[in-house]
Design a protein around this ligand. Structure first.
Ligand SMILES: C[S@@+](CC[C@H](N)C(=O)[O-])C[C@H]1O[C@@H](n2cnc3c(N)ncnc32)[C@H](O)[C@@H]1O
Length: 281
């Protein structure tokens, strides 16, 4: 067994060496999934991603804490919904698979949980498929863009895995800030809400400017040359994405304050991401 196989079996994505690169992996532009992986301490990034992430970190040194708090929020939200009985998840903007991914957290509660992973970055699909091979009865990996909701909602692999007549949790965690102001984020969120059965849930986290627009603008320059740029929205705009779904207490808050497992970090105000979970009546 090669080191690479061992790493995959251990759920640890292996670094992609040049010889392994499928042609669709573009090393000339920073990719948000790979920048995020670098900031999380992962192994799947190229020089162009690291340089872009360092622009973010130089302007906003707490950006690393932000991505970690975001992953932790995802874990708490998935566990909350799995414990509430949700057994189907549609995780859009999955990112590179790593410890604490949606399937791992949900299946610790119910091993039968079905998870469809969707991302527009081919590197995510390559890694996810390698990790999840042989698990097709519970898992789908789809290369698609959230800005085309019908392409996701009608995708045959997703329809084959998930039953839209039963509750599904749709995750858009640290995703919608990659949807530009002129790309109808409200319509995108509504299309997913409308497709779901009662008892379904929506999980969203989204970047804000933290009340420091100049620092935020300097940090966001890190995504200027990336495949998608990043925008921030305020709490009212983020809350509106949940539409008429019922927000689970405490509502839309800064992520460390969403149903913390333990003491909330003292510097929680430096985590410039708001999020919440809401359920369809
Ligand atoms: C910051 S990462 C978040 C990963 C994961 N959801 C988490 O919170 O840990 C954002 C992910 O969204 C993906 N993404 C960005 N824009 C997208 C789009 N328009 N459609 C689908 N995925 C997108 C990126 O490729 C990346 O994997």
């Amino acid at each position: 067994m090669t080191k690479r196989h061992r790493e995959h079996l251990g759920q640890e994505p292996a670094p992609l060496l040049p010889g392994w690169l499928p042609p669709e992996i573009d090393q000339t532009k920073p990719h948000p999934a790979r920048m995020y992986d670098y900031m999380l301490g992962g192994k799947n990034h190229f020089a162009v991603d690291r340089e872009a992430a360092e622009v973010v970190l130089a302007a906003a040194p707490t950006a690393r804490a932000m991505v970690r708090e975001n992953r932790a929020f995802l874990g708490r939200a998935v566990r909350y919904l799995a414990e509430a009985g949700i057994t189907q998840f549609l995780d859009i903007g999955t990112g590179l698979p790593g410890a604490g991914n949606t399937g791992e957290v949900a299946r610790a509660v119910n091993p039968q949980t079905r998870v469809a992973y969707v991302d527009y970055d081919p590197i995510v699909a390559v890694h996810s498929r390698a990790l999840l091979a042989g698990d097709e009865s519970r898992t789908a990996v789809v290369l698609a863009d959230v800005r085309d909701p019908a392409g996701i909602l009608e995708h045959p692999d997703i329809r084959a895995l998930l039953d839209f007549d039963r509750p599904i949790a749709v995750l858009m965690v640290a995703l919608l800030h990659f949807v530009a102001f002129d790309e109808d984020v409200a319509g995108i969120a509504a299309a997913f809400r409308d497709a779901l059965a009662p008892g379904s849930a929506l999980v969203i986290s989204h970047g804000t400017d933290g009340g420091q627009p100049e620092v935020s603008a300097a940090a966001r320059k890190g995504w200027d040359k990336a495949t998608s740029q990043i925008v921030v929205r305020d709490r009212a705009e983020i809350t509106a994405l949940f539409g008429d779904f019922d927000l689970v207490p405490p509502g839309v808050v800064q992520l460390p304050q969403w149903r913390p497992d333990g003491p909330v970090r003292e510097d929680w105000e430096t985590i410039w991401l708001d999020g919440g979970v809401a359920v369809k009546r």
